[in-house]
Design a protein around this ligand. Structure first.
Ligand code: AMP
Ligand code: TRP
Length: 321
């Protein structure tokens, strides 16, 4: 029997190349070797998106992104988190096993608190719902970007607590974090994130792509001055998109034989070649939303079967049935 892979992405806005390299690419590369559960974390998105039209639109965008980057619905159960009965019930059961002091250590909560942003209960409880997602399908591996590591550790802790309180029920899932792409940088050099407005979208048009690349922040070294590749935000993206040329570009940086403008031109060329087929596939899917919805229905049915088994086991163990 194949091991199980599970992961999800929140439909909070345009999907970017940080999501792709940090998470989605691993889903695609791993799909042949696992039984795969990949979902759209729409309940998680509601911690920030409280607009029906926007949530619906973003949800379809993620579904199409999964397909456009190469997930094969014959190999992967693709579904919406909110369509699976039992996930929020499991979250409640886990809530009763999770202390407030643990949740106060979660990064997302701490960041929001530190910035004086309002914290709703959904945001506070985010890691527990995520534990329900992961444990529901008895997942073995969870490929994610670095920022999700703490959540996976919390899911493991919750699994242990449940197993100790009742009896052995949940597997301890392993996070899969690829070091070289754990945190993809944005156009300003900070972590690429929608909240920093520094993203390069997976579906950005050629024109937008060019503008964004030209806006990447660099220092003011002249074309013939030596430059430090490891300190350059443009070079950081060459490592993802210009793999065959990286050595040569690195040498030209160090020898003062390339301008930032030329480096950006090369990056645009390579990035555009890479993103073009994804963009085209997405355009096809835009014309056939029925197909996308069918894929989600098929995925939901498979995921629901597993969720039903887990929930009846869990409810028996805790004394609800
Ligand atoms: P989110 O959009 O927050 O739901 O993130 C979806 C997935 O993309 C998660 O596995 C994140 O860890 C990953 N991710 C988001 N931003 C980045 C980034 N800048 N670099 C690497 N991975 C990222
Ligand atoms: N919190 C994840 C993110 O922001 C999305 C997510 C929700 C997730 N549930 C999950 C990822 C379960 C992996 C497993 O990226």
């Amino acid at each position: 029997m194949k091991k199980r892979l599970l992961s999800g992405i929140k439909p909070t806005g345009d999907i970017h190349i940080g999501n792709y390299f940090g998470a989605m690419r691993q889903f695609v590369e791993m799909q042949d070797n696992y039984e795969n559960f990949v979902f759209i974390a729409d309940y998680h998105a509601m911690t920030t998106v409280l607009d029906a039209a926007e949530l619906k639109k973003n949800t379809m965008e993620i579904a199409k992104a999964y397909l456009a980057v190469g997930l094969d619905p014959q190999k992967v159960h693709l579904f919406r988190q909110s369509e699976i009965e039992g996930v929020t019930e499991l979250c409640w059961i886990f809530n009763c096993l999770t202390s407030i002091s643990t949740l106060k250590l979660a990064h997302a909560y701490k960041d929001a608190e530190a910035k004086g942003k309002p914290v709703n209960m959904g945001l506070f409880d985010y890691p527990v719902l995520m534990a329900a997602d992961i444990l529901m399908y008895k997942s073995d591996v969870v490929p994610v970007g670095q920022d999700q590591q703490q959540h996976i550790e919390m899911a493991r802790e919750i699994a242990k607590t449940f197993n100790n309180t009742f009896s052995d029920t949940f597997k301890l899932p392993e996070g899969v974090i690829v070091k070289t792409v754990a945190t993809v940088k944005g156009t300003d050099g900070r972590k690429m994130s929608k909240s920093y407005n520094n993203t390069i979208g997976l579906f950005d048009s050629e024109e937008v792509l060019r503008k964004k690349i030209m806006s990447i922040v660099t220092d003011s070294r002249k074309p013939d001055e030596p430059k430090e590749p490891e300190e350059c935000n443009v070079f950081a993206l060459h490592k993802l998109f210009s793999i065959d040329q990286v050595k040569e570009i690195s040498n030209r940086y160090k020898e003062g034989k390339i301008s930032y403008k030329e480096s950006k031109d090369i990056l645009f060329e390579n990035m555009n070649n890479f993103l073009k087929p994804i963009r085209e596939k997405k355009a096809e899917l835009d014309k056939d939303e029925k197909y996308v919805l069918d894929v989600l229905t098929q995925g939901r049915e498979a995921a629901q079967k597993v969720a039903n088994q887990t929930m009846s086991e869990v409810k028996k163990k805790v004394g609800l049935i």
